[in-house]
Design a protein around this ligand. Structure first.
Ligand SMILES: C[S@@+](CC[C@H](N)C(=O)[O-])C[C@H]1O[C@@H](n2cnc3c(N)ncnc32)[C@H](O)[C@@H]1O
Length: 394
């Protein structure tokens, strides 16, 4: 069965429960492939591997974030990321009556915690903090972490199943969520995109290429526009576009901040990026084989911020800014926030310095991660883009 046996011997081997779990996920995937007639479109494979109830990587109780997990996100490093965001978010929240702060995909609850603490210190807590989280396991972890905090600050936290029916006012945040949406992978064959599918190959899985994409599909337009050559492999993410469109329809007044790794389309589809951006994260190793370790590794893709901006505009959003995480956090006063205080001990000072480096160094998260702000019916000039706004590159 495709799982631990096939991974590089230098990698940390999954323990017995993880191996067994991956084998169960692989068995489920094999059943789905058979039901689909032998080839399952890759977006469905990715969806199952990440989110299938009780099986998918995000749906089960293993540790994902931080040192003992598979990867680290900005709010997991420490409170400075959330502290900076609180400046921008708080200023918008206080201009809107009965504003809601809605976080998508809140992971371990680290960003919510640092935001709530910083907003409270600034006297700008919203009337409601809402979380829309797809994973039942993570929802439960968020509850355990955040409910005592909510009680302490007298804040109402709600977990939503879906976007509210009625109009929404306030701020929406999504840090490293869009990269986790299932993508349509494609390969250029005979001048047009063929969709990736997954078949069963002995004990494991294999790639197949299916010639069923519409000539008007997003992938076909990309192949034409960027003159992608024979054999070029990449991906499009219609779910990301549908998601931002839904937010644009729902949000009547306020701000939506999307933070993730990615680039504008013209960088996404560069000739040298001919194998796409699909990446997997397993025990702090990044690699590009989603067919191994199903259910026990993260599978992600970079975000095409041009496509996201375009889809947001079709729902009435204005793109209020687009910049690197480095530039955004520096503009929001990261260095002031990290300045040692007289009673800080040495350990804390070192931790803060390391946190700043990880957040902003171009070799770490500073340049790969971008911040895109969408707005509707708000007048503020956003402070986070005052050092540099790269919207013209989209
Ligand atoms: C890479 S983690 C990031 C977690 C957190 N935002 C952070 O920065 O640490 C992706 C998160 O998005 C959630 N997620 C993925 N797709 C989602 C969706 N369609 N709606 C809501 N949450 C989603 C996952 O369950 C997980 O909590």
């Amino acid at each position: 069965m495709c799982s631990s046996q096939t991974i590089d011997p230098d990698w940390a081997q999954p323990d017995t429960p993880a191996s067994r779990h991956s084998i169960a996920v692989a068995q489920h995937l094999r059943g789905q492939i058979e039901d689909a007639g032998g080839v399952l479109p890759f977006d469905q494979y990715m969806d199952i591997a990440l989110y299938a109830p009780g099986l998918g990587y995000y749906a089960t109780g293993t540790r994902k974030f931080g040192q003992g997990g598979d990867f680290v996100t900005a709010p997991e490093i420490g409170p400075l990321f959330g502290g900076c965001l609180a400046h921008e978010v708080g200023l918008v929240l206080e201009t809107i009556d009965d504003a809601c702060l809605l976080e998508f995909g809140a992971g371990s609850g680290a960003l919510a915690q640092s935001l709530i603490e910083a907003l409270s210190a600034d006297g700008r807590l919203p009337s409601r903090y809402c979380i829309l989280e797809i994973s039942p396991d993570l929802r439960e972890r968020q509850r355990q972490r955040l409910e005592p905090l909510a009680e302490h600050y007298g804040l109402k936290i709600e977990w939503l199943e879906q976007l509210p029916d009625g109009p929404l006012q306030g701020v929406i945040l999504a840090n490293e969520v869009v990269d986790a949406f299932a993508v349509t992978r494609f390969r250029v064959i005979e001048g047009r995109p063929w969709r990736a599918g997954i078949s069963i190959d002995g004990d494991g899985f294999a790639w197949e290429w299916i010639d069923d994409l519409d000539p008007d599909s997003g992938a076909a337009k990309i192949v034409q526009q960027y003159e992608l050559v024979e054999g070029y492999i990449s991906e499009v993410c219609p779910r990301a576009e549908a998601w931002i469109h839904a937010l644009g329809v729902s949000l009547q007044r306020g701000l939506a901040l999307v933070i993730d790794y990615g680039f504008p389309a013209r960088e996404y589809y560069l000739p040298e990026r001919s194998q796409g951006t699909l990446r997997c994260h397993y025990q702090h190793r990044a690699h590009n084989d989603p067919l191994i370790l199903p259910g026990i590794q993260d599978v992600t893709c970079h975000v095409n911020f041009s496509a996201l901006a375009e889809a947001g505009r079709t729902a009435g959003f204005d793109v209020l800014g687009y910049t690197s995480q480095e530039s955004y956090l520096l503009a929001l006063g990261l260095l002031d926030l990290a300045t040692p205080q007289p009673d800080d001990d040495e350990k804390l000072m070192f931790a803060r310095a390391a946190e700043v480096k990880q957040l902003i160094l171009p070799s770490q998260m500073g340049e790969a991660f971008k911040v895109m702000a969408f707005g509707k019916n708000i007048e503020q000039v956003l402070a986070g883009f005052k050092l540099r706004d790269r919207s013209s590159s989209l």
